[in-house]
Design a protein. Structure first.
Length: 447
């Protein structure tokens, strides 16, 4: 279990200049809307113990150099539970962020809706959902930090509905709280680390790194600068002249010593932060996604690593493209896959629908897209990540409607005919330029 911070201790991890806003809601005395015996006295004790009048505090602060609106939950106040007064404060915080066009950062620690207020408390989730929609329509970013615990409606609205979801190590995270889970449930599934593995959050961040990480995201998603297309990366690994034959191109792209996506991203960006998971229970390590800084400018990226891309990878990439489109970030994609995963598990996970989702996200994007083919370009599983009209290639890459071996098999050719088939497919980088499939071939110093 992670250390349970107070609301103000959590705020202190991020900034030194928090200005708390006074709640505008009328004081609610007595035992609440249900007349729950002892509820009023419990609230008074919680207020004396925590120094907070409710389970939520909010106000303004500066993260890095970016003015933001902060929400922080006080778990010591009746388990950080959501009440009507807490809903008033959350709605006010969302409105402040929306009207001032400042990123919203939620530091969440809650056990769910307050039982002593019954359905009045539960209905606050609808208010939060509506406030989230208005914030999204206004183009204002929401960054969530999951503390211990983040459960129930707080996870299912403020947490899981945020644009970027970070968590502190060891935090309990899940819709089901610790006292209502099945007795035989795997406890690891209800942790920040378990949710990261299941594609539900973007990163687990140590407390000492939280200030810098949240400031990065607030700046990246709050800049609103006009998006200009990102230049394609330079070719790495001493790639020289384009290959002489189609089969030479295939062998060069399949060379195990060829530079992969991580090397290209490290060479291109001075800093990058990950965006992980498809929010449907999957995370594909073969698709690296996130936002990086290129000459001080944020650029979203999605990069295949040379493996067969799984449905979760396509869905994650589509999520990143849509996020970049909303916040006017240019997008860089690196294409490198022998093709989409085609095993039974991939089919059950919706491979076709996931690829279609990415094709649609790329086609619908208004922000500029740039793609670089850095290795294998295997059929539609690779094309889904390629920017229409702005795809480039390295000398050690190829793009093909189908792998040469599969093409030969379909044509009932002898395996010895695979190299000739590769030539007929015109898959070399220079062929792709001639066919207007790519714009050009990048060299070691760029295009």
């Amino acid at each position: 279990m992670a250390e349970r911070l107070t609301a103000r201790e959590a705020i202190a991890l991020l900034c030194d200049d928090f200005t708390e806003h006074e709640a505008a809601e009328p004081p609610r005395a007595g035992d609440g809307p249900l007349g729950w015996e002892g509820y009023g006295a419990a609230r008074e004790r919680a207020a004396r113990r925590t120094g907070s009048a409710e389970s939520v505090v909010y106000g303004g602060a500066t993260l890095g150099e970016r003015p933001c609106v902060l929400i922080s939950f006080e778990f010591g106040f009746l388990g950080g539970s959501l009440s009507q007064s807490a809903g008033d404060r959350l709605e006010a915080a969302y409105a402040l962020a929306r009207e001032s066009r400042r990123p919203l950062v939620s530091l969440i620690a809650t056990g769910g809706s307050r039982m002593q207020e019954g359905m009045i408390a539960l209905s606050q989730l609808q208010r939060v959902a509506r406030a989230s929609v208005l914030l999204r329509e206004a183009g204002v970013a929401h960054i969530a930090v999951l503390r211990d615990p983040t459960t129930g409606g707080g996870w299912a609205t403020l947490g899981a509905g945020a644009d970027v979801i970070l968590a502190l190590p060891g935090a309990q995270v899940g819709f089901a709280g610790s006292r209502i889970r099945p007795m035989d449930a795997d406890p690891a599934a209800y942790t920040a680390e378990g949710q990261l593995g299941a594609g539900q959050i973007d990163a687990v961040v140590r407390p000492e790194a939280l200030r810098d990480t949240v400031a990065f995201w607030a700046a990246a998603l709050g800049s609103k600068a006009p998006a200009e297309a990102a230049p394609p990366p330079r070719a790495l690994g001493g790639a020289g002249r384009p290959p002489g034959s189609g089969w030479d191109a295939v062998r060069a792209a399949r060379n195990p010593d060829r530079p992969r996506a991580a090397a290209y991203l490290d060479d291109y960006f001075t800093r990058r932060e990950p965006l992980r998971g498809d929010r449907c229970g999957g995370d594909d390590p073969g698709m690296l996604c996130g936002v990086g800084l290129r000459e001080g400018r944020p650029v979203a990226y999605a990069a295949q690593t040379g493996t067969a891309t799984r449905p979760a990878g396509y869905r994650t990439a589509a999520r990143v493209v849509r996020l970049a489109d909303r916040f006017r970030l240019p997008v860089l994609t690196l294409v490198d896959t022998p093709g989409a995963a085609n095993d039974a598990e991939a089919e059950r996970a919706g491979a076709g629908a996931a690829i279609a989702e990415l094709f649609t996200a790329m086609a619908a994007a208004r922000t500029p897209l740039t793609s670089l083919l850095i290795g294998e370009g295997g059929s539609g599983g690779a094309l889904a990540l390629a920017a229409p009209g702005n795809t480039w290639a390295t000398p050690d890459s190829y793009f093909s409607v189908i792998a040469p071996e599969l093409a030969a098999a379909i044509l009932k050719r002898d395996p010895a005919e695979v190299p000739r088939t590769a030539g007929q497919l015109r898959l070399r980088p220079q062929d792709l330029v001639d066919l207007s499939v790519v714009r050009g071939i990048v060299g070691p110093a760029g295009t």
